[in-house]
Design a protein around this ligand. Structure first.
Ligand SMILES: *[C@@H]1O[C@H](CO)[C@@H](O)[C@H](O)[C@H]1NC(C)=O
Ligand SMILES: *[C@@H]1O[C@H](CO)[C@@H](O)[C@H](O)[C@H]1NC(C)=O
Ligand SMILES: *[C@@H]1O[C@H](CO)[C@@H](O)[C@H](O)[C@H]1NC(C)=O
Ligand SMILES: *[C@@H]1O[C@H](CO)[C@@H](O)[C@H](O)[C@H]1NC(C)=O
Ligand SMILES: *[C@@H]1O[C@H](CO)[C@@H](O)[C@H](O)[C@H]1NC(C)=O
Ligand SMILES: *[C@@H]1O[C@H](CO)[C@@H](O)[C@H](O)[C@H]1NC(C)=O
Ligand SMILES: *[C@@H]1O[C@H](CO)[C@@H](O)[C@H](O)[C@H]1NC(C)=O
Ligand SMILES: *[C@@H]1O[C@H](CO)[C@@H](O)[C@H](O)[C@H]1NC(C)=O
Ligand SMILES: *[C@@H]1O[C@H](CO)[C@@H](O)[C@H](O)[C@H]1NC(C)=O
Ligand SMILES: *[C@@H]1O[C@H](CO)[C@@H](O)[C@H](O)[C@H]1NC(C)=O
Ligand SMILES: *[C@@H]1O[C@H](CO)[C@@H](O)[C@H](O)[C@H]1NC(C)=O
Length: 496
């Protein structure tokens, strides 16, 4: 490797101003700062990375600095680039200031998988031939240094020496995920990316356990299903600060102002007995536009809906029911993790009908929990670490039934049903200096008892059906006695 010393051009570049514009390819980054912008598109969030540091630490090998790239690939940052100085008046020599190695350079379009790399090695190319289209007017005849250089570059920032001093960066990225956003669902070589968050899943079976009852002609099934549709308008915003040398993230701020409407229903049929443990059933999953500065930071948002059902049913309980729900989330605003300004949201959960039939046997017992989690997950990876930031909306339904023998020939049945809604913003684990461990800072939750204010309505509406149903199952449940429901109300069904 030739150890080239070039100092004579340093003065030339020291007198110009240090402003770089929005991907201004006409101005070279020779003054200790550089920026790179990405426009919002179907596959990408929009945003900017700005880097800054000592003048010798940041340089440029685009045509703005007088360089012409002779071979290069955009498939990776790690490569050896053959390049020639075609206009040394523009500042080609700047890259050699203070030593070329470990200088962070801006690459031209079509070169490198990211905009900035570090120079790992430099030498003079043995092959000084130039492409035929580069005629002699480009060649400075009395230039004291060879024209064709080789730069070995990569994004192994952790291997950088302290020669040039620290280089810091700041990223601001934003993605608008809104219905009616006309960037949505355009095809891209690697598939579809969604620019709006709407889901629609009907009749998704969460569990279906066929019970094995030797004396029955038809084996009953214990089933649970969910219908769920949602529409979200979200603007994902990320502000990150850190250093490339040494590679680190020192500050992170995440926000995702959101309006959402979530609608659906849970339904279940629980005959006889059994257990259900259906955890993490995925009912929707979509990839959203990402923000990629390869070698430094990647922000990958996605949206998923999962459902869980867990329950235990004992001793001839028969229960079937459908609970409808609607949740409106208006103007959720948060800044994570600072919580400054404090998060705000307005959540409304209009009352919705519950339809159910319960035929409890003696000493029967059932406990059930069903929930759906709608979650925006933003995976942030920087250098060698990553963290998931999530905004989750959790809609749940808890049900409990107990029947115990009571005075006389009666059976007392106690039913308790709650509706829950919880909203949480969290990080999955540690991340540089930003997060020490998994945490959740913003919790909104709401629990409503369905039974207390709806029991009367439920019983009145279902009584007739109830009687017919009892007739049809009375053979199966010989020991069924008078039912009394109570929570706030007590009801005796005298017709059994
Ligand atoms: C450019 O050419 C040199 C040899 O001329 C080769 O070693 C290097 O890998 C090439 N780089 C790319 C990116 O093709
Ligand atoms: C980075 O440094 C490690 C340890 O010093 C070394 O093994 C590795 O080869 C270096 N990688 C590059 C690309 O310089
Ligand atoms: C460079 O970074 C190191 C590690 O983050 C820090 O200790 C040091 O103070 C920084 N130097 C300057 C000049 O900012
Ligand atoms: C979306 O853009 C396409 C053209 O790209 C246009 O034909 C279509 O009408 C637009 N739709 C909406 C809802 O604006
Ligand atoms: C598809 O999207 C990816 C990023 O998700 C992008 O890198 C690639 O260039 C896009 N391909 C086309 C054909 O637009
Ligand atoms: C549950 O499974 C049984 C047997 O596999 C089937 O007959 C029944 O239709 C299923 N029920 C639902 C709701 O899918
Ligand atoms: C989302 O934005 C669209 C267009 O502005 C609007 O029609 C829709 O009602 C919004 N949805 C929600 C849930 O706020
Ligand atoms: C986009 O959303 C649709 C449903 O709206 C889904 O089927 C598709 O898989 C999503 N695409 C990606 C890449 O997530
Ligand atoms: C319903 O909520 C009440 C009050 O929070 C609680 O005591 C009860 O255990 C809950 N019931 C169920 C089935 O979770
Ligand atoms: C059911 O309750 C009614 C009124 O409380 C009572 O008259 C009747 O005898 C009861 N039936 C049985 C089977 O216990
Ligand atoms: C939020 O809720 C989670 C559990 O759901 C709890 O661990 C965390 O401490 C709560 N955070 C706050 C600020 O209340």
């Amino acid at each position: 490797m030739a150890n080239l010393k070039v100092t004579f051009l340093s003065l030339l570049v020291a007198i110009q101003s240090g402003v770089t514009g929005k991907n201004d390819w006409s101005k070279a980054c020779l003054y200790g700062a550089c920026s790179f912008d990405i426009d919002e598109s179907p596959a990408s969030m929009g945003g900017t990375i700005e880097i800054s540091g000592p003048v010798s630490a940041i340089s440029d090998i685009t045509s703005a600095a007088g360089w012409r790239i002779l071979n290069c690939t955009d498939s990776t940052n790690s490569q050896t680039i053959r390049l020639a100085c075609v206009d040394d008046s523009k500042g080609c020599a700047h890259v050699f200031q203070g030593g070329v190695e470990d200088t962070i350079v801006r690459l031209p379009i079509g070169c490198g998988s990211g905009p900035f790399v570090r120079v790992a090695n430099h030498w003079i190319s043995d092959d000084q031939s130039l492409p035929s289209d580069m005629n002699s007017k480009f060649i400075t005849r009395d230039s004291p240094f060879p024209q064709v250089h080789m730069l070995q570059v990569d994004d192994v920032f952790e291997n950088m020496t302290k020669v040039h001093g620290n280089v810091s960066f700041e990223i601001n990225a934003q993605g608008d995920l809104k219905t009616g956003n006309n960037l949505s669902k355009r095809q891209n070589g690697s598939g579809f990316t969604n620019n709006s968050v709407t889901t629609n899943s009907q009749g998704v079976i969460l569990f279906n356990e066929t019970l094995n009852c030797p004396n029955m002609a038809i084996f009953p099934s214990m089933t649970g299903a969910i219908d769920l549709s949602s529409e979200y308008n979200i603007t994902v915003s990320m502000n990150l600060r850190g250093t490339m040398n040494p590679p680190s993230i020192t500050f992170l701020s995440f926000s995702a102002p959101t309006d959402a409407t979530i609608q659906g229903s849970f339904s279940m049929t629980l005959p006889l007995q059994g257990t259900v443990n259906a955890i993490g059933e995925q009912i929707a999953n979509m990839v959203l536009p990402s923000f990629l500065i390869d070698g430094i930071v990647t922000v990958n948002p996605s949206f998923a809906v999962t459902a869980n059902a867990i329950g235990l049913v004992q001793l001839l309980t028969d229960f079937s029911g459908t609970i409808d729900f609607t949740v409106n989330v208006d103007n959720l605003q948060f800044t994570y993790p600072s919580n400054d300004p404090p998060a705000t949201v307005s959540v409304s959960i209009p009352s919705a009908p519950f339809d159910g039939v319960a035929l409890p046997g003696e000493n029967s017992n059932a406990q059930f929990g069903l929930n759906a989690i709608l979650q925006l997950v933003v995976e942030v990876s920087a250098f060698t670490q990553f963290v998931d930031l999530s905004v989750s909306h959790n809609i749940g339904f808890d049900f409990e039934l107990d029947s115990t023998p009571a005075l006389g020939n009666n059976e007392q049945v106690c039913i308790d049903m709650n509706n829950t809604f919880a909203l949480q913003v969290s990080n999955s684990g540690p991340f540089f200096q930003v997060f020490g461990c998994a945490n959740s800072q913003i919790n909104f939750s709401n629990e409503q008892s369905i039974i207390s204010d709806r029991l009367r309505q439920f019983l009145a509406a279902r009584l007739q059906f109830f009687e017919r149903k009892i007739v049809s199952v009375v053979l199966r449940l010989q020991r069924l006695r008078n039912l009394s429901f109570f929570s706030e109300e007590t009801y005796h069904d005298g017709n059994v």
